[in-house]
Design a protein around this ligand. Structure first.
Ligand code: ATP
Length: 329
């Protein structure tokens, strides 16, 4: 496996703020890698370190095996797509897309041909004469993508590129981005705070917390085997069970995670609790049950009766779904 990007104990501190703190990371060539984490956890700073707009205060970064400490941004073969697209409003779509080629001194005809090719790639053929103000949010997002791809980067950095889109468009663009990445074989590094987006799109993902990587792995490794309470909580709305409640469920006296969809309501389970609330989801319902000092969420399928608040319910589950965590924090 060739590593597209590697971090070796990389830190970026701003005074007392440890934006990125001793991060080790390997991103495989041709992969779709997601950086997931809450606001302020260091994701954007990591992207800026890769693009060269930020320098590490400690550690070393390599891109395709080359130490890039002294390589300026424009020589890194890396491009960024920003959340706000950063298009030039006074330029046509064509000139926006061809901007990187103009900077490189490519002639007008080749620029126009390349821009049209890229617009075809992002499904906007014939939009070259418009201005960004005459496009929808989703179309602007595609222009930003075309503008980055025209430079034929080996690594494409995407910083919350779908953040400004409504849900339906966002989902459509997720599918398109993934398909485009697979077709082009370019390494994508995608920053998001949306766990569903990271899980559904990435080959591998890193979960950030406070400038550190809390866990790194495939979506199913991270979702099914969260190492810490933070990861279990952040990646999907898991139940994080206290050591006492883990024991009630038959496990050791340790913190554990148990997904709401792995629990079911039954009349003959040894574990019982009191219903404190219920929320209709359309595709089922989410019922919150109080037991031994904590609340546990259960997803029940559509069609099953929703128990009333205050009623006593039994909780059944497959013991294999109880995941005892190694980490404490
Ligand atoms: P978001 O999802 O909100 O974009 P993020 O995970 O991308 O967050 P970063 O933008 O990397 O987080 O910021 C990490 C931390 O570093 C934050 O506490 C932020 O305030 C701080 N930080 C980032 N850039 C600077 C800077 N230039 N000067 C001082 N502090 C900074």
């Amino acid at each position: 496996m060739t590593a597209a990007v590697q971090f070796h104990s990389v830190s970026r501190h701003f005074g007392k703020v440890k934006a990125v703190d001793s991060v080790d990371l390997t991103i495989a060539e041709g992969s779709f890698f997601a950086m997931l984490g809450p606001s302020g956890s260091g994701k954007t700073t990591c992207l800026r370190l890769i693009s060269g707009f930020e320098s590490p205060t400690a550690g070393q970064i390599s891109i395709f095996g080359q130490d890039v400490s002294s390589v300026p941004p424009h020589l890194r073969n890396v491009n960024t797509v920003f959340q706000d697209y950063a298009l030039f409003p006074h330029m046509t779509v064509r000139d926006n897309v061809a901007y990187g080629l103009m900077v490189k001194g490519v002639d007008r005809k080749t620029r126009a041909d390349k821009a049209e090719e890229m617009l075809g790639l992002v499904k906007l053929p014939g939009f070259g004469d418009r201005r960004p103000g005459q496009l929808s949010g989703g179309q602007r997002q595609r222009v930003a993508l075309a503008r980055a791809l025209v430079n034929e980067p080996r690594v494409l950095l995407l910083d919350e590129p779908l953040g400004a889109l409504d849900l339906k468009l966002r989902e459509a663009m997720q599918d398109e981005l993934k398909a485009l990445q697979q077709r082009l074989g370019i390494t994508f590094v995608f920053v998001t705070h949306d766990q569903g987006e990271a899980l559904s799109m990435a080959d591998r993902l890193a979960v950030f917390n406070d400038g550190k990587i809390a866990q790194i792995g495939t979506p199913s490794e991270v979702y099914d085997h969260p190492r810490t309470r933070f990861v279990a909580d952040f990646v999907g709305s898991s139940n994080v069970l206290s050591p006492v409640v883990t024991q009630v469920f038959g496990g050791p006296a340790k913190w554990a995670s148990l997904r709401p969809e792995n629990l079911r309501l039954t009349s003959d389970a040894p574990v019982t609790g009191t219903v404190v609330s219920q929320r209709y989801l359309g595709s089922g319902a989410r019922v919150t049950v109080h037991l031994h000092g904590q609340e546990v969420a259960v997803i029940i399928p559509a069609g099953q009766p929703i128990p009333e608040t205050g009623s006593t319910v039994g909780l059944g589950f497959d013991p294999r779904a109880l995941h005892v965590m190694e980490g404490e924090a």
